[in-house]
Design a protein around this ligand. Sequence first.
Ligand SMILES: C[S@@+](CC[C@H](N)C(=O)[O-])C[C@H]1O[C@@H](n2cnc3c(N)ncnc32)[C@H](O)[C@@H]1O
Length: 275
Amino acid sequence: MDDHYEPDEDGYPREIVGPWVLDKHHFLRHYVTASQGARGRMGGSHCLIDLYCGPGKARIRETQSLVPGGTLTAVDAAARSHRGNAVPFSRVFIADLLEDNVTACKARLFATSNTHVTSFVGAAETNVHKVVANLPRRGIHLAYLDPYSLPQLPFSVLKALADAPRVDLLIHFAASDMARNLERRDLWPRFDAVAPGWQDSCDTNRGKSMVRHQFFAHWTKLLQDLGYHVSDRIVSVKNTRRREIYRLVLASKHKLGDNIWRTLNDRSGQKGLSL
Ligand SMILES: C[S@@+](CC[C@H](N)C(=O)[O-])C[C@H]1O[C@@H](n2cnc3c(N)ncnc32)[C@H](O)[C@@H]1O
């Protein structure tokens, strides 16, 4: 077990995370809750997809606070009644590079819900095709994409999801990785699969912050070219030293996803603050 994980009382690993995980799960929970009405009206079978599921439980570093993982948070939110209406996910697809994480996440889902779970082990780039092949045609599906770094989310994953019937995307964009590594010319090739064509569309002779800005704009444009509305409400999550760690990006096939995303309060109760 590396230093990302420790054993939990239930015998499965749990992740050790920073407190900023709470923002991620806050937005995931509230987006799932607020989109219940749209899922209910649409009918069909609605699936949750988490290609980077982790073990399904975490402890916040330097505290004893335990939190459920993103998949469990989203499944719980969908199963709870909102305005008299609960629209649970009819099926949940989980996957992770690490088999122990998939086993743990699956066991924790079984312990807390009666949802139908399908799991895969391996890289998201491969597993995404297995998931897409099994998605019902009718339904509003949500893919929660939560990798540690940008190269773990090659654009081919987003492309495969875009080719499927309606899949909305809630993406953890690893901004700290971009800030740390995009300024190193020797590391540029690792970003090519993340945002194909970025070196042609960004003026790499500009200052570091301008290159970062252009890189993100290029990646966003690639998503739009796949037919997504990318909300311009980008949630930027910072650490205690005000350094940006990640961005949460909502991309949806229907404008309604953006409308819902804009109405969500952040954890301090503010509405719709952008980057
Ligand atoms: C931030 S953690 C996931 C946390 C989880 N989504 C949650 O909200 O509780 C990132 C996960 O991505 C997995 N991972 C890293 N590279 C991957 C890849 N290329 N494909 C699939 N999973 C990967 C790691 O093993 C780790 O479990």
